[in-house]
Design a protein around this ligand. Structure first.
Ligand code: DGL
Length: 269
């Protein structure tokens, strides 16, 4: 039995889309979550900066003796993970391959839309993996840099959200995709408004949710994790204001995390 926690990180709230699914699928697993709210957004930064932040985030989680790390951030998964994976002994999982696997599985017309931060779209990671699975797939990408600040400020479904969705997603909708990868883990918090715009016949893929499903196999196969731990413990850390994270995090997780969030100085890691 391995009672160590699963480490999960993101630049902010978005990675909770993965944490929530992990809590649901593995109710006995403990989680240490880090939201780098002091340095959000990652998606507008250079690759070097994203790699530097990712190393710091991983070192922080390792200081909590986690047994595996989930990079619940599309940006760090696309721009940093390929460059740092070999640097650590614990297994590290990103969200890109899990989301791609599901998108390729569900699309019928082989037209897949991908939205993400500027760094994610610049990396081309989602399209690269999709083409590796099936070179006949067509992809349609768009960067949506203003979605992350919207989510971090609680604009899940407002007039501003609707306007930006129209601005960013019109071309992808007009291309006739039947599947849309919400390639940044913040975006599923806008899923209601995005789905209304795209239409109910377009399947939305949440990378955070998909990586949690992906872990099921890893937890049983790779770690020989046949026995499940006795009881869970959830710890949340941020690098800026606790209050905002507690408030929005509690709404999103549908359970209160008041009093469970601590602030750390990520620059020390
Ligand atoms: N949730 C992160 C992602 O998946 C947001 C990136 C950002 O901070 O810009 O890409």
């Amino acid at each position: 039995m391995d009672n160590r926690s699963i480490g999960v990180f993101d630049s902010g709230l978005g990675g909770l889309t993965a944490a929530k699914e992990i809590m649901k699928l593995f109710p006995n697993e403990s989680i240490v979550y880090f939201g780098d709210t002091g340095r959000v957004p990652y998606g507008t930064r250079s690759k070097d900066t994203i790699i530097k932040y990712t190393h710091g985030d991983i070192r922080f989680l390792l200081s909590h003796n986690v047994k595996m790390i989930v990079i619940a951030c599309g940006t760090a998964s696309s721009a940093a993970l390929p460059h740092i994976r070999e640097d650590y002994d614990v297994p590290i999982y990103g969200v890109v391959d899990a989301a791609v696997y599901e998108a390729v599985r569900v699309t019928k017309n082989k037209k897949i839309g991908i939205i993400g931060t500027s760094a994610t779209i610049r990396s081309g990671a989602y399209t690269k993996y999709i083409k590796e699975y099936d070179s006949r797939m067509q992809t349609f990408e768009h960067a949506c840099p203003l979605f992350v600040p919207l989510v971090e400020n609680g604009h899940f479904d407002t007039k501003v959200t609707e306007l930006l969705i129209e601005e960013y997603l019109s071309d992808i909708r007009d291309a006739g995709v039947d599947t849309l990868i919400l390639g940044c883990t913040h975006y599923p918090l806008l899923a209601g408004a995005i789905s209304r715009f795209m239409g109910s016949d377009v399947t939305l893929i949440s990378p955070g949710g998909e990586v949690a499903k992906f872990l099921r196999k890893k937890l049983t196969d790779e770690l020989r994790h046949d026995d499940i731990p006795d009881k869970n413990q959830y710890k949340f850390f941020v690098s800026d204001s606790i209050e905002q994270f507690e408030e929005l995090g509690s709404i999103f997780l549908e359970k209160t995390i008041d009093g469970q969030v601590s602030k750390i100085d990520i620059e020390k890691y």
